[in-house]
Design a protein around this ligand. Structure first.
Ligand code: UDX
Ligand code: ADP
Length: 458
């Protein structure tokens, strides 16, 4: 079949895979190829055992794969054939050198830019999908324009706003699609071409075009605002635990103000995920590099509050369990950074597990999707860790349960049965406030919700 356009995506991860699956599904006349250096990952995209868990994704992939959606490791061939290249390689926080722990590590991204220059034989639109520091497009343009072949590359920023666990829906019905381009004739033309892809299924009024730098910065700011709401309510949860206020009631009362709204004000053990912390630290780094120290300090506090919330949770477990958890069996219900994903990047579960192991607790980790990643995250740590997908087996002879992830399955567990199998006194620390605390207390548990009065039998 002759396709009207060749789209390539470099990087078959959480962003690239689902985004391209939906583009392929909605644009049958385009050929969409996703390439990655990781052979195993590509192998899994070509199977029914996809490398990431995302509700609805397998159906979308199956519907398009082999027709107009292809997964491959043939990067040079892919680049040569492409009219449009989406770049969605990983841009983790730097762990070394200048800006370590703050700035983005752009080595994968830069390598990609060089590969594009090396293998291209015709003009292309290059789309930044990965979250990148502001003005990265400028660096990308510089690398691309150094080609000796005189090929024109137009760089466009099209940041991804999908959230894991609801990625398919977020892609099918986005609040907005943001496209940033140079404010030149060729920039506008490229933006129109990218908009035309999304216009296959997104109402035109939801497709926003801006200048390149606004698009790049909007992504960081959107994530910073969302994370800031969580840190704000988490700060209040600490105060609630000192008073008799209930943080869920406060969220409801405050969120009922339509100017505030209910989203992202659920108190938790802290936000995780690959984006929030990274993007805020990036923002902080950029502000500092422009000498805007007050602005940098302001946003850095959002991350510090998130660290504090996790520390607070661990300290509470230790204190309430009589200041020692040595050899006590503690079950982490959930390990993913949020429900409906197997992703554990920056999950508070990692911090918690490490701290509990340092205190020599015997840990059991129970999660419907994240055990494979949990094993990798905790590999090499000293101490006893058991990975058990079945919550009933996991809690046998345990002393405490700590809810880390708000999976629906945990809400529906038979806690009488669980209580019967646990050592007494039995504790529940609900880091997500998803359980029926009064009911648990009646069963016999000592219950420690987050930002609410505790219910104990002592
Ligand atoms: C986020 C943004 O939502 C998305 O737009 C962007 O493209 C990528 O980063 P994601 O990290 O997948 O998406 O998940 P999100 O739903 O935003 O949750 C992030 C973290 O905040 C999770 O750990 C979640 O449990 C936590 N959270 C969320 C809370 O603790 N309380 C809330 O009220 C909402
Ligand atoms: P994200 O959450 O941003 O999608 P992931 O880590 O899930 O990040 O995915 C990024 C993908 O990019 C990984 O599968 C990685 O192997 C791939 N990748 C990194 N560098 C390159 C490169 N130069 N060429 C092709 N793929 C790359």
């Amino acid at each position: 079949m002759k396709f009207s356009k060749n789209i390539l995506c470099i990087g078959a991860g959480y962003v690239g895979g689902p985004t391209m699956a939906i583009i392929a599904l909605k644009c049958p006349s385009y050929k969409v190829t996703v390439v990655d250096v990781n052979e195993e990952r590509i192998g899994r995209w070509n199977s029914d055992d996809l490398p990431i868990y995302e509700p609805g994704l397998l159906d979308a992939v199956r519907a398009a794969r082999g027709k107009n959606l292809f997964f491959s490791t043939a990067i040079p061939e892919g680049i040569r054939a492409a009219d449009i290249i989406f770049v969605s390689v990983n841009t983790p926080t730097k762990t070394f050198g200048l800006g370590a722990g703050m700035a983005s590590d752009l080595q994968y991204w830069e390598k990609t830019a060089h590969q594009i220059v090396t293998y291209s034989e015709k003009p292309k639109i290059i789309v930044e999908k990965s979250t990148l520091p502001v003005r990265t497009a400028e660096a990308m343009e510089r690398i691309l324009s150094e080609n000796k072949k005189n090929i024109h590359f137009e760089v466009v920023s099209n940041p991804e706003f999908l959230a894991e666990g609801s990625a398919v829906n977020d892609l099918l019905e986005p609040d907005r699609v943001l496209i940033g381009s140079q404010q030149t004739e060729s920039g506008f033309k490229a933006a129109r071409e990218i908009a035309a892809i999304y216009a296959h299924w997104v109402p035109i009024e939801k497709i926003i075009t801006t200048n390149l730098w606004s698009a790049e910065l909007s992504k960081l700011v959107a994530n910073a605002f969302l994370a800031q709401r969580i840190s704000s309510i988490n700060a209040i949860s600490a105060l609630c635990e000192k008073t008799d206020a209930d943080v869920a009631e406060i969220s409801f009362a405050v969120g009922s103000d339509t100017r505030i709204g209910f989203e992202f004000i659920n108190a938790s053990i802290g936000f995780g995920g690959s984006c929030f912390k990274k993007d805020i630290l990036n923002l902080v780094y950029i502000c500092r590099s422009y000498g805007l120290n007050e602005v940098a300090d302001y946003w850095e506090k959002v991350v510090k509050m998130n660290d504090y919330q996790q520390e607070r949770f661990v300290k509470k477990i230790i204190k309430e369990m009589f200041n020692t958890i040595v050899a006590k069996k503690i079950v982490l219900l959930g390990f993913a950074f949020k429900a409906n994903t197997g992703d554990t990047r920056e999950s508070p579960g990692i911090y918690l597990a490490k701290k509990l192991l340092e205190e020599r607790a015997a840990l059991v980790i129970c999660d419907p999707q994240a055990l494979e990643n949990a094993r990798k995250d905790l590999a090499g740590l000293e101490g006893e860790v058991v990975y058990e997908p079945d919550p009933y087996r996991a809690t046998q002879a345990a002393q405490a349960i700590a809810v880390i992830t708000e999976w629906d399955v945990f809400k529906k567990l038979d806690f009488e049965k669980i209580f019967a199998g646990m050592r007494k006194p039995a504790f529940v620390f609900d880091g997500r406030n998803i359980l029926d605390h009064r009911r648990l207390f009646q069963i016999g548990f000592n219950v420690f919700p987050l930002g609410k009065p505790s219910l104990t039998h002592f």
